[in-house]
Design a protein around this ligand. Structure first.
Ligand SMILES: O=C(O)CCC(=O)C(=O)O
Ligand SMILES: [Fe+2]
Length: 210
C-alpha cells in the first residue's frame, strides 16, 4: 500500500493581498505529484444536490462532506483524499494557516467538503456566514481558461459588476478568504461553451468556536 505521505500545503508561498479584502493566493498549493493524484482521484460519488436560488432559472451543484463525514463514506474515499483530510485537519496546517492569516484558529472546529459545479452554475455575491472565520478553496481543474467563466470574483461591494479581482480555478491553485463584513465575492457562471468541464473544488472552513 502507498504510504500516507501527508504532504504539506505550501502555505509559505502564498501571495497575501488586502484589496478588496484580506485574502491569500497560492498558484501551487501542493507538490505537483500530490496535486495530480488528487486530481485523478477526485471523487464522483457521494455528492448531494444543492439547488441555486434564482427566480428565472434553477440549477444544481453538488457537494460531499469529507469532515465531519458519515462514517460509512470514509473507507470509500480514495487514499490521496484521505491524506488530504488528514493534512488539513492536522496541527501543522492549522498552525501555518493561523500564521498566514493572523487568526487564532486553535479552538476552531474545521469542516472539509468537496464541490462539483456543472457548466452554467454560479454563486451570487455574498459575504460568508459570520460563523466562518476563514475558508480555503482548492481548485482541481485541468485545464481551465479564464474565458470559460467559473472564476471566483472578489468584489468591492455587493454589486456583481464591481469586480476587483478574478481568480481562475486552475488546477493546484487555491485561495484563502478571510471572512469580514465587506468580503463580498461570487462565482461567475461557467459558460455553456465550456467543453463540459465540471468545476472541481475542495473547501476547508474554520468555524468560530461556539
Ligand atoms: O468555489 C469558490 O471559488 C468559492 C465558493 C464560495 O464562495 C462559497 O462556497 O461560499
Ligand atoms: Fe463564499
Amino acid at each position: 500500500m502507498t504510504p500516507l505521505t501527508h504532504d504539506p500545503v505550501l502555505l509559505a508561498d502564498a501571495r497575501s493581498e488586502t484589496v478588496p479584502f484580506a485574502y491569500h493566493h497560492l498558484s501551487e498549493t501542493f507538490p505537483a505529484q500530490t496535486a495530480a493524484r488528487l486530481r485523478e482521484t477526485f471523487p464522483e460519488s457521494g455528492f448531494t444536490k444543492v439547488t441555486g436560488a434564482d427566480p428565472e432559472k434553477t440549477y444544481t451543484m453538488w457537494t460531499r462532506p469529507l469532515h465531519p463525514a458519515p462514517a460509512e463514506s470514509v473507507g470509500e474515499l480514495p487514499t490521496p483524499w484521505q491524506e488530504f483530510v488528514r493534512e488539513v485537519t492536522g496541527a501543522r496546517y492549522r498552525t501555518a494557516l493561523a500564521a498566514l492569516t493572523g487568526l487564532p484558529l486553535d479552538p476552531c472546529p474545521v469542516e472539509v467538503n468537496l464541490w462539483r459545479y456543472p457548466p452554467d452554475c454560479w454563486l451570487d455575491p455574498h459575504v460568508d456566514k459570520p460563523g466562518k472565520l476563514v475558508t480555503h478553496v482548492f481548485y482541481f481543474n485541468e485545464p481551465w481558461s479564464e474565458s470559460w467563466g467559473g472564476n471566483l470574483l472578489l468584489l468591492g461591494s455587493q454589486d456583481p459588476d464591481d469586480v476587483v479581482r478574478r481568480v481562475t480555478p486552475v488546477h493546484n491553485s487555491s485561495v484563502v478568504l478571510v471572512r469580514g463584513e465587506t468580503s463580498w465575492h461570487a462565482v461567475e457562471s461557467a459558460r455553456p461553451e465550456n467543453p463540459g468541464a465540471v468545476r472541481l473544488s475542495a473547501q476547508v472552513i474554520f468555524h468560530r468556536p461556539e
